[in-house]
Design a protein around this ligand. Sequence first.
Ligand code: IMP
Length: 444
Amino acid sequence: MANVIVVGAQFGDEGKAKVTDLLSKNSDIVARYQGGSNAGHTVVVEGETYKFHLIPSGILYKGTICMLGPGMVIDPKAFIKELEGLLACGQDVSLLKVSTTAHVTMPYHLAIDAAEEDSRGSLKIGTTKRGIGPTYADKCDRIGIRMEDLLAPDVFRSKLEWLVPKKNIILERLYDLPPMDAKQIFDEYIAYGEMMRPYICDTSAIIFQAVKERKNILFEGAQGTLLDLDHGSYPYVTSSSPSAGGACVGAGIGPTVIDRVIGVSKAYLTRVGEGPFPTEQHGEVGDQLRQVGKAWAEVGVTTGRPRRCGWFDCVLGRYSARINGLDCLAVTKLDVLDEFDQIKVCIAYRDTQDGSVYRDLPAMAGAFSRMEPIYETFAGWKKPTNHCRSFAELPMQAQKYLDFISSELDVPVAIVSVGPKRDQTIVIEDPIHGPKRVLSSVIN
Ligand code: IMP
């Protein structure tokens, strides 16, 4: 039995879906704990490509309970579309569970997210415009709609009758947009509630029971640590807590049941949206990283926006190891680096204002934007790696590269992914039952 959190250790899009897919095989429950349809995961199984936004990719394994936890924000329209897609491919969705207390992304959230983003000018965040920020804002303001409300017509109606006129003031007066009709929203969303009724339940209670039965539970984070509302590159973050701490709050479980935290990092770095990115490459290198390998095309699954690409950043990696208490690392997309003559890794930052050097992320957001990278340069291995199935089979330079990252972050690399397919994976050490790093390495 092991209860494991899988987190993105960078800016999201690290290839978590492939790692959770790999680990889901031995999981009784896969629970997502935050975010909404801003997430985008691609999983390739038996030649079929599946794109997930809300539903954990563990659904592709028979007998695995898949949960959308209380910390999530769910757009019912997007959920139903995804559900129908899975059914059309003949997938079994009978073990899908949606938390009664997850918040609902409403049409006014979508409209306000898009309008607010467009009005920000130079202050724009580059959100996915999936209504994420406004849904979480209403949750904090205690005026949110929860999944349970979609099952209680009287409560839902009265909430909408009070809320929609308030939202219309924002839509009409602030953004010059047409008002919304409470009755129309009620009819549409109560129907979604009925479609989702078979899946809505107390997911936290199911997890608790599973813990008592010593089952295996995988907590799946969306986005990444550097997009965490509290610990990311604020304000260029999402509105939830993708980092490991968020798993307990967002799934409704105590920290004492967590056995292990696995961080997922690309072998380089990408970011979608605005915000600091010291190792970003604008020229040929950036284009090459973006374009290499059709299967890995660096385009956002949710928005189709090209991802910003750059070299691996150990400063961010160390920060992520700290914030999440990482036990081990899964490094994905190593094969994307196969053709490079030289590969750079950022080991520290230099402040462009006063020349001071940082090995750790500066705590002030303003300072982060001023940082320039200090690099260590590696010779490329210039050989394909996508056929390698063990660490020893990797070219020597690739082994050195991975060892370097591991020692800089002080976190062992347990998994390496060398292609999008399930079997294009190298397991260096058991990611779940390996030594407990936080106890053995950090404290000693
Ligand atoms: P939001 O989550 O749509 O509010 O967007 C906030 C920031 O997080 C923007 O920079 C987005 O590009 C980024 N973001 C949100 N979801 C993802 C994701 O799944 N992968 C990568 N970036 C994301």
